[in-house]
Design a protein around this ligand. Structure first.
Ligand code: ADP
Ligand code: MG
Length: 339
Protein backbone atom coordinates (compact mmCIF):
# COMPACT_ATOMS: atom_id res chain seq x y z
CA UNK A 1 0.00 0.00 0.00
CA UNK A 2 1.13 3.59 0.50
CA UNK A 3 2.79 5.25 -2.48
CA UNK A 4 2.22 2.20 -4.63
CA UNK A 5 -1.52 2.53 -4.30
CA UNK A 6 -3.56 4.54 -6.77
CA UNK A 7 -7.09 5.69 -6.09
CA UNK A 8 -9.90 5.64 -8.62
CA UNK A 9 -13.62 6.41 -8.52
CA UNK A 10 -15.90 4.69 -11.03
CA UNK A 11 -19.47 5.46 -12.06
CA UNK A 12 -20.59 2.21 -13.63
CA UNK A 13 -23.64 3.52 -15.48
CA UNK A 14 -26.14 1.72 -17.67
CA UNK A 15 -25.23 4.05 -20.56
CA UNK A 16 -21.87 5.56 -19.62
CA UNK A 17 -18.94 4.60 -17.44
CA UNK A 18 -16.85 7.41 -16.01
CA UNK A 19 -13.63 7.20 -14.00
CA UNK A 20 -11.96 9.86 -11.86
CA UNK A 21 -8.26 9.56 -11.08
CA UNK A 22 -6.23 12.32 -9.39
CA UNK A 23 -9.28 14.63 -9.37
CA UNK A 24 -9.78 14.41 -13.12
CA UNK A 25 -12.33 12.56 -15.23
CA UNK A 26 -9.93 10.31 -17.16
CA UNK A 27 -12.46 7.91 -18.68
CA UNK A 28 -15.88 8.83 -20.09
CA UNK A 29 -17.03 5.98 -22.24
CA UNK A 30 -20.27 4.35 -23.36
CA UNK A 31 -20.92 1.15 -21.35
CA UNK A 32 -20.89 -1.07 -24.40
CA UNK A 33 -18.97 -4.08 -25.65
CA UNK A 34 -18.68 -5.55 -29.16
CA UNK A 35 -18.26 -9.30 -29.41
CA UNK A 36 -17.33 -11.63 -32.25
CA UNK A 37 -20.08 -14.24 -32.25
CA UNK A 38 -17.99 -17.00 -33.78
CA UNK A 39 -15.01 -16.78 -31.40
CA UNK A 40 -16.90 -15.14 -28.50
CA UNK A 41 -13.95 -12.74 -28.20
CA UNK A 42 -14.40 -9.10 -27.33
CA UNK A 43 -13.33 -6.93 -30.24
CA UNK A 44 -14.09 -3.43 -28.99
CA UNK A 45 -15.18 -1.58 -25.86
CA UNK A 46 -16.59 1.86 -25.21
CA UNK A 47 -16.70 4.51 -27.92
CA UNK A 48 -15.31 2.13 -30.53
CA UNK A 49 -17.96 -0.49 -29.76
CA UNK A 50 -20.62 2.21 -29.68
CA UNK A 51 -19.77 3.19 -33.25
CA UNK A 52 -20.54 -0.37 -34.31
CA UNK A 53 -23.89 -0.40 -32.53
CA UNK A 54 -26.71 -0.81 -35.05
CA UNK A 55 -24.23 -1.35 -37.86
CA UNK A 56 -23.07 -4.85 -37.06
CA UNK A 57 -23.37 -7.89 -39.31
CA UNK A 58 -24.25 -11.39 -38.22
CA UNK A 59 -20.78 -12.20 -36.87
CA UNK A 60 -20.58 -9.24 -34.54
CA UNK A 61 -22.95 -8.26 -31.78
CA UNK A 62 -22.85 -5.30 -29.43
CA UNK A 63 -24.10 -5.59 -25.89
CA UNK A 64 -24.60 -3.18 -23.06
CA UNK A 65 -23.81 -5.34 -20.03
CA UNK A 66 -25.75 -3.15 -17.57
CA UNK A 67 -28.50 -1.99 -19.89
CA UNK A 68 -31.50 -2.27 -17.55
CA UNK A 69 -29.67 -1.61 -14.31
CA UNK A 70 -28.90 -5.29 -13.85
CA UNK A 71 -25.90 -7.20 -15.15
CA UNK A 72 -27.05 -8.91 -18.32
CA UNK A 73 -23.68 -10.40 -19.12
CA UNK A 74 -21.14 -10.98 -16.35
CA UNK A 75 -18.24 -11.80 -18.62
CA UNK A 76 -18.76 -8.73 -20.83
CA UNK A 77 -19.15 -6.50 -17.81
CA UNK A 78 -15.94 -7.78 -16.25
CA UNK A 79 -14.01 -7.25 -19.48
CA UNK A 80 -15.45 -3.78 -19.78
CA UNK A 81 -14.43 -2.83 -16.22
CA UNK A 82 -11.00 -4.36 -16.76
CA UNK A 83 -10.33 -2.61 -20.08
CA UNK A 84 -11.61 0.78 -18.96
CA UNK A 85 -9.49 0.75 -15.79
CA UNK A 86 -6.43 -0.27 -17.79
CA UNK A 87 -7.11 2.53 -20.26
CA UNK A 88 -6.54 5.24 -17.62
CA UNK A 89 -3.64 7.14 -19.22
CA UNK A 90 -1.40 7.33 -16.14
CA UNK A 91 -1.87 3.63 -15.39
CA UNK A 92 -1.39 2.56 -18.99
CA UNK A 93 2.18 3.81 -18.95
CA UNK A 94 3.08 1.52 -16.04
CA UNK A 95 4.65 -1.90 -16.54
CA UNK A 96 2.15 -3.42 -14.12
CA UNK A 97 -1.17 -2.31 -12.71
CA UNK A 98 -0.56 -0.75 -9.27
CA UNK A 99 -2.71 -1.68 -6.26
CA UNK A 100 -5.96 0.16 -6.53
CA UNK A 101 -8.20 1.62 -3.90
CA UNK A 102 -11.56 2.18 -5.51
CA UNK A 103 -15.08 3.32 -4.95
CA UNK A 104 -17.53 2.07 -7.56
CA UNK A 105 -21.00 3.49 -7.97
CA UNK A 106 -23.60 0.93 -8.98
CA UNK A 107 -27.25 1.20 -10.08
CA UNK A 108 -29.62 0.73 -7.12
CA UNK A 109 -31.52 -2.13 -8.71
CA UNK A 110 -28.47 -4.36 -8.66
CA UNK A 111 -28.70 -7.59 -6.61
CA UNK A 112 -26.30 -8.93 -3.96
CA UNK A 113 -24.91 -11.46 -6.42
CA UNK A 114 -24.33 -8.78 -9.02
CA UNK A 115 -22.66 -6.52 -6.46
CA UNK A 116 -20.29 -9.30 -5.56
CA UNK A 117 -19.54 -9.86 -9.24
CA UNK A 118 -18.67 -6.19 -9.76
CA UNK A 119 -16.48 -6.23 -6.68
CA UNK A 120 -14.68 -9.39 -7.75
CA UNK A 121 -14.14 -8.01 -11.25
CA UNK A 122 -12.55 -4.94 -9.68
CA UNK A 123 -10.39 -7.08 -7.41
CA UNK A 124 -9.10 -9.00 -10.39
CA UNK A 125 -7.73 -5.75 -11.88
CA UNK A 126 -5.67 -5.37 -8.72
CA UNK A 127 -8.32 -3.73 -6.58
CA UNK A 128 -6.92 -4.17 -3.08
CA UNK A 129 -9.63 -2.09 -1.40
CA UNK A 130 -12.94 -1.99 -3.22
CA UNK A 131 -16.00 -0.15 -1.95
CA UNK A 132 -19.37 0.17 -3.59
CA UNK A 133 -21.80 3.07 -3.28
CA UNK A 134 -25.43 3.37 -4.31
CA UNK A 135 -26.14 5.72 -7.17
CA UNK A 136 -28.58 8.17 -5.48
CA UNK A 137 -26.11 8.65 -2.64
CA UNK A 138 -23.25 9.40 -5.02
CA UNK A 139 -25.51 11.71 -7.03
CA UNK A 140 -26.52 13.64 -3.90
CA UNK A 141 -22.90 14.08 -2.83
CA UNK A 142 -21.93 15.11 -6.37
CA UNK A 143 -24.70 17.71 -6.41
CA UNK A 144 -23.24 19.18 -3.23
CA UNK A 145 -25.94 18.16 -0.79
CA UNK A 146 -24.85 17.61 2.81
CA UNK A 147 -26.22 14.09 3.13
CA UNK A 148 -25.34 13.76 6.80
CA UNK A 149 -27.81 16.42 7.90
CA UNK A 150 -31.12 15.36 9.44
CA UNK A 151 -32.77 17.00 6.48
CA UNK A 152 -34.61 15.28 3.63
CA UNK A 153 -33.57 15.76 0.02
CA UNK A 154 -35.06 14.22 -3.08
CA UNK A 155 -32.80 13.18 -5.94
CA UNK A 156 -34.06 12.05 -9.35
CA UNK A 157 -31.35 10.55 -11.53
CA UNK A 158 -32.49 9.81 -15.07
CA UNK A 159 -29.86 7.64 -16.74
CA UNK A 160 -29.90 5.40 -19.80
CA UNK A 161 -31.64 2.30 -18.46
CA UNK A 162 -33.14 3.40 -15.17
CA UNK A 163 -34.51 6.41 -13.37
CA UNK A 164 -33.64 6.36 -9.69
CA UNK A 165 -35.73 8.37 -7.30
CA UNK A 166 -34.55 8.63 -3.73
CA UNK A 167 -35.06 10.60 -0.56
CA UNK A 168 -31.88 10.91 1.44
CA UNK A 169 -31.45 12.03 5.05
CA UNK A 170 -28.94 11.32 7.84
CA UNK A 171 -26.60 9.50 5.45
CA UNK A 172 -29.26 6.98 4.56
CA UNK A 173 -31.66 6.30 1.71
CA UNK A 174 -35.10 6.70 3.26
CA UNK A 175 -37.14 6.03 0.20
CA UNK A 176 -35.87 4.51 -3.03
CA UNK A 177 -37.51 3.76 -6.34
CA UNK A 178 -35.92 2.48 -9.51
CA UNK A 179 -38.02 2.47 -12.67
CA UNK A 180 -36.95 1.18 -16.05
CA UNK A 181 -38.09 4.29 -17.88
CA UNK A 182 -35.13 6.47 -18.86
CA UNK A 183 -33.03 7.59 -21.81
CA UNK A 184 -33.23 4.31 -23.75
CA UNK A 185 -37.01 4.34 -23.58
CA UNK A 186 -37.19 7.97 -24.75
CA UNK A 187 -34.96 7.06 -27.69
CA UNK A 188 -37.21 4.15 -28.52
CA UNK A 189 -40.29 6.39 -28.26
CA UNK A 190 -38.71 8.64 -30.89
CA UNK A 191 -38.03 5.68 -33.22
CA UNK A 192 -41.70 4.70 -32.92
CA UNK A 193 -42.93 8.25 -33.40
CA UNK A 194 -40.88 8.74 -36.58
CA UNK A 195 -42.26 5.50 -37.91
CA UNK A 196 -45.92 6.20 -37.17
CA UNK A 197 -46.03 9.94 -37.89
CA UNK A 198 -43.49 10.33 -40.69
CA UNK A 199 -43.35 6.82 -42.17
CA UNK A 200 -39.65 7.10 -41.56
CA UNK A 201 -37.52 4.29 -40.24
CA UNK A 202 -34.63 5.69 -38.19
CA UNK A 203 -32.02 3.81 -36.18
CA UNK A 204 -31.36 4.14 -32.47
CA UNK A 205 -28.33 6.35 -32.96
CA UNK A 206 -30.28 8.80 -35.08
CA UNK A 207 -33.15 8.82 -32.60
CA UNK A 208 -30.73 9.53 -29.76
CA UNK A 209 -29.25 12.40 -31.75
CA UNK A 210 -32.74 13.86 -32.20
CA UNK A 211 -33.34 13.52 -28.47
CA UNK A 212 -30.12 15.31 -27.58
CA UNK A 213 -30.45 18.08 -30.18
CA UNK A 214 -34.14 18.97 -29.84
CA UNK A 215 -35.50 16.73 -27.05
CA UNK A 216 -38.08 18.51 -24.91
CA UNK A 217 -40.83 17.60 -22.45
CA UNK A 218 -42.98 20.72 -22.78
CA UNK A 219 -44.42 22.37 -25.88
CA UNK A 220 -43.99 25.95 -24.71
CA UNK A 221 -40.22 26.34 -24.37
CA UNK A 222 -38.96 29.85 -23.88
CA UNK A 223 -35.88 29.28 -26.03
CA UNK A 224 -36.96 26.58 -28.46
CA UNK A 225 -34.34 24.78 -30.59
CA UNK A 226 -34.64 25.02 -34.36
CA UNK A 227 -36.36 22.27 -36.32
CA UNK A 228 -34.03 19.45 -37.27
CA UNK A 229 -33.64 17.56 -40.53
CA UNK A 230 -33.74 13.81 -40.03
CA UNK A 231 -32.71 11.18 -42.55
CA UNK A 232 -33.89 7.60 -42.60
CA UNK A 233 -35.62 5.06 -44.78
CA UNK A 234 -39.10 5.63 -46.15
CA UNK A 235 -41.25 2.78 -44.91
CA UNK A 236 -43.46 2.89 -48.01
CA UNK A 237 -41.01 3.32 -50.89
CA UNK A 238 -37.94 1.86 -49.18
CA UNK A 239 -35.91 4.83 -50.39
CA UNK A 240 -33.77 7.05 -48.15
CA UNK A 241 -35.63 10.24 -47.29
CA UNK A 242 -35.44 13.34 -45.14
CA UNK A 243 -38.05 15.09 -42.99
CA UNK A 244 -38.06 18.14 -40.72
CA UNK A 245 -38.89 17.55 -37.06
CA UNK A 246 -39.72 20.09 -34.36
CA UNK A 247 -39.14 19.94 -30.60
CA UNK A 248 -42.89 19.94 -29.92
CA UNK A 249 -43.13 16.65 -31.81
CA UNK A 250 -40.49 15.14 -29.55
CA UNK A 251 -42.38 16.39 -26.49
CA UNK A 252 -45.41 14.48 -27.83
CA UNK A 253 -43.34 11.41 -28.69
CA UNK A 254 -41.92 10.97 -25.19
CA UNK A 255 -44.92 12.29 -23.25
CA UNK A 256 -46.18 8.87 -22.10
CA UNK A 257 -42.77 7.96 -20.69
CA UNK A 258 -42.41 11.30 -18.91
CA UNK A 259 -45.83 10.73 -17.35
CA UNK A 260 -44.55 7.40 -15.97
CA UNK A 261 -41.59 9.18 -14.38
CA UNK A 262 -43.93 11.83 -12.94
CA UNK A 263 -46.08 9.08 -11.47
CA UNK A 264 -43.05 7.42 -9.87
CA UNK A 265 -41.98 10.75 -8.35
CA UNK A 266 -45.49 11.36 -7.01
CA UNK A 267 -45.50 7.88 -5.53
CA UNK A 268 -42.12 8.43 -3.87
CA UNK A 269 -43.35 11.75 -2.46
CA UNK A 270 -46.47 10.09 -1.07
CA UNK A 271 -44.32 7.45 0.66
CA UNK A 272 -42.01 9.99 2.25
CA UNK A 273 -42.41 10.38 6.03
CA UNK A 274 -44.14 13.72 6.83
CA UNK A 275 -41.18 15.39 8.53
CA UNK A 276 -39.00 14.73 5.49
CA UNK A 277 -41.78 15.76 3.13
CA UNK A 278 -41.83 19.08 4.96
CA UNK A 279 -38.10 19.45 4.25
CA UNK A 280 -38.56 18.64 0.58
CA UNK A 281 -41.25 21.28 0.38
CA UNK A 282 -38.46 23.76 1.06
CA UNK A 283 -35.44 22.07 -0.53
CA UNK A 284 -37.19 20.83 -3.67
CA UNK A 285 -36.08 18.14 -6.11
CA UNK A 286 -32.62 17.75 -7.67
CA UNK A 287 -32.22 16.26 -11.14
CA UNK A 288 -29.12 14.39 -12.31
CA UNK A 289 -28.18 12.00 -15.15
CA UNK A 290 -28.35 12.60 -18.88
CA UNK A 291 -32.15 12.76 -18.82
CA UNK A 292 -31.95 15.94 -16.74
CA UNK A 293 -30.80 17.65 -19.94
CA UNK A 294 -34.20 17.22 -21.62
CA UNK A 295 -35.43 20.72 -22.27
CA UNK A 296 -38.12 21.93 -19.88
CA UNK A 297 -37.93 18.97 -17.52
CA UNK A 298 -37.41 21.19 -14.46
CA UNK A 299 -40.40 23.31 -15.45
CA UNK A 300 -42.62 20.32 -16.15
CA UNK A 301 -41.78 18.53 -12.89
CA UNK A 302 -42.22 21.75 -10.97
CA UNK A 303 -45.67 22.24 -12.49
CA UNK A 304 -46.56 18.66 -11.59
CA UNK A 305 -45.27 18.60 -8.00
CA UNK A 306 -45.57 22.30 -7.03
CA UNK A 307 -42.00 22.04 -5.78
CA UNK A 308 -38.86 23.85 -6.81
CA UNK A 309 -36.81 21.65 -9.18
CA UNK A 310 -33.09 22.11 -9.76
CA UNK A 311 -30.86 20.60 -12.43
CA UNK A 312 -27.45 19.48 -11.17
CA UNK A 313 -24.46 21.24 -12.63
CA UNK A 314 -23.18 19.02 -15.44
CA UNK A 315 -25.76 16.30 -14.68
CA UNK A 316 -23.91 13.59 -16.66
CA UNK A 317 -20.98 13.85 -14.24
CA UNK A 318 -22.76 14.41 -10.93
CA UNK A 319 -22.52 10.75 -9.93
CA UNK A 320 -18.84 10.28 -10.73
CA UNK A 321 -18.09 13.57 -8.98
CA UNK A 322 -19.88 12.32 -5.87
CA UNK A 323 -18.06 8.99 -6.09
CA UNK A 324 -14.76 10.87 -6.34
CA UNK A 325 -15.57 12.97 -3.26
CA UNK A 326 -16.38 9.80 -1.32
CA UNK A 327 -13.07 8.27 -2.37
CA UNK A 328 -11.14 11.27 -1.07
CA UNK A 329 -13.01 11.24 2.24
CA UNK A 330 -13.31 7.52 2.86
CA UNK A 331 -13.24 7.88 6.63
CA UNK A 332 -16.15 10.29 6.85
CA UNK A 333 -18.26 8.40 4.31
CA UNK A 334 -17.42 4.91 5.61
CA UNK A 335 -20.93 4.27 6.89
CA UNK A 336 -22.59 4.82 3.51
CA UNK A 337 -20.24 2.54 1.56
CA UNK A 338 -21.00 -1.10 0.90
CA UNK A 339 -17.87 -2.98 1.88
P1 ADP B 1 -26.26 6.09 -16.90
O1 ADP B 1 -25.88 6.70 -15.58
O2 ADP B 1 -27.39 5.13 -16.81
O3 ADP B 1 -25.05 5.52 -17.61
P2 ADP B 1 -26.27 8.77 -17.99
O4 ADP B 1 -26.57 9.60 -16.80
O5 ADP B 1 -24.87 8.73 -18.46
O6 ADP B 1 -26.81 7.27 -17.81
O7 ADP B 1 -27.25 9.27 -19.14
C1 ADP B 1 -27.26 8.64 -20.37
C2 ADP B 1 -28.57 8.92 -21.04
O8 ADP B 1 -28.78 10.33 -21.15
C3 ADP B 1 -28.63 8.37 -22.46
O9 ADP B 1 -29.89 7.76 -22.68
C4 ADP B 1 -28.47 9.61 -23.32
O10 ADP B 1 -29.14 9.46 -24.57
C5 ADP B 1 -29.15 10.65 -22.47
N1 ADP B 1 -28.70 12.02 -22.78
C6 ADP B 1 -27.43 12.47 -22.88
N2 ADP B 1 -27.41 13.78 -23.21
C7 ADP B 1 -28.71 14.17 -23.31
C8 ADP B 1 -29.38 15.39 -23.66
N3 ADP B 1 -28.67 16.50 -23.93
N4 ADP B 1 -30.73 15.41 -23.68
C9 ADP B 1 -31.43 14.30 -23.40
N5 ADP B 1 -30.88 13.12 -23.08
C10 ADP B 1 -29.53 13.05 -23.04
MG1 MG C 1 -25.77 7.27 -13.82
Amino acid sequence: MGFLTEEIAIDLGTANTLIIHNDKVVVNSPSIVAIDRTTNKIIAIGAEASMMHGKTHENIKTIRPLKDGVIADFNASEQMINTLIKSIPTLKRRFFTPSLRMVICIPSGITEVEMRAVKESAERVNGKEVYLIHEPMAAAIGIGIDIMQPKGNMIVDIGGGTTEIAVIALSGIVCDKSVKIAGDVFTNDIVNYMRSKHNLYVGERTAEKIKILIGSVIEDLENPPEDMSVQGRDLVTGKPKQVMVSYTEIAKAIDKSIIRIEEAIMEALSQTPPELAADIYNTGIYLAGGGALLRGLDIRLSRKTDLPVYIAEDPLQAVVRGTGITLKNLESYKNILIK
